[in-house]
Design a protein around this ligand. Sequence first.
Ligand SMILES: Cc1ncc(COP(=O)(O)O)c(C=O)c1O
Length: 390
Amino acid sequence: MRVYFDYNATTPVTPEVTQAVLEATNESFGNPSSVHHFGQRAKAALDEARSALAALIHADPSEVVFTSGGTESDNFALRGAVDALAPIGRRQLVASAIEHEAVLNTLKALARRGWRITLIPVDATGIVDPERLKTLVTSETALVSVMHANNEIGTIQPISELAAVAHEHGALMHTDAVQSVGKIPVDVHALGVDLLSLSAHKFNGPKGVGVLWIRRGTRMQPTMTGGKHERNRRAGTENVSAIAGLGVAARLATAKLDAEAARVAGLRDRLEAGVLAAVPGTAVNGARDRRVPNTTHISFDRVEAESLLIALDLEGIAVSTGSACSSGTLEPSHVLRAMGLPTHRTQNSLRFSLGLFSTEAEVDHVITVLPRLVEKLRGLTKKTTSVSVP
Ligand SMILES: Cc1ncc(COP(=O)(O)O)c(C=O)c1O
């Protein structure tokens, strides 16, 4: 049995999405900017997808800008806003310490251009406190960026409260909703944001396509310059095939959202309870009552996460660590560090993220296999320790 519990990394596409991508590739091949029949057919495919996506996030289709994915949307949000706001003297950007690299590394690049960057800490459960934001935002703040749901631990941030603080000081509010769209209800107006990033491959759509939602009237400079595509906001001929796939994925997500959220939460809770009961020395990281329904992040005492990940992979089970391996050294996750977890917990934790095709049989299989692997690895650690410490 092969089990894929790494839906936060990416998701499998549904047969309907594959079909839509194929059809658009073959039949809507015209350039959507062309005036003739072929162009208008491709434009109709874009319009259809734009409406479907707008419905998923309760937005107006005219505010939807197609991009090449979550990374570009985050770059566009930050760089487009700062380019528009620099002339009015706002030189500070505020973001949470647990943002995705697409935001954090863009901020680093902007810091090199002279922008003042302030990171908001999170509490031990991975949540940003709006009261803390109040102490950091000033009349010089151009933009506040806080992710809706975290990709590692799944925690959901109080975006509408944070947006209210940003707006009190005249700053724009951006949220990276890449990990929440398609998993929980997302309503751009209820969130109160000005800019929202999302990515199709996190909700059973194709890779390399996403959206930046821009509230009408928001001052933004395009970061991709060229033709007049996407109402002058993002130049370049649209990826019609992938966008058609995104549209179908959005329709599916809208139709199934509540039922799927409940089903997947049931599976995740079964997995979590099963693992905690079957494996001693385990604990869940992050707020358990404020997270997306598909994610659990569990630490395993006296186990190296990478070793457990590989052992699971050899058994056909795909999960993820929160860590990124850079230049041969294992970097502890910046998310777990920001939560103040002790070093050993930043190195012994695994993320299990479920989704549309996950089943109870898969969950039960993992609960059966995992205790044996953990026991084996703990046995090895004991032996190594007894050799090195005579
Ligand atoms: C929170 C978050 N933001 C941004 C991204 C980047 O999205 P993409 O892979 O579409 O560039 C990801 C992907 O892992 C993510 O989880």
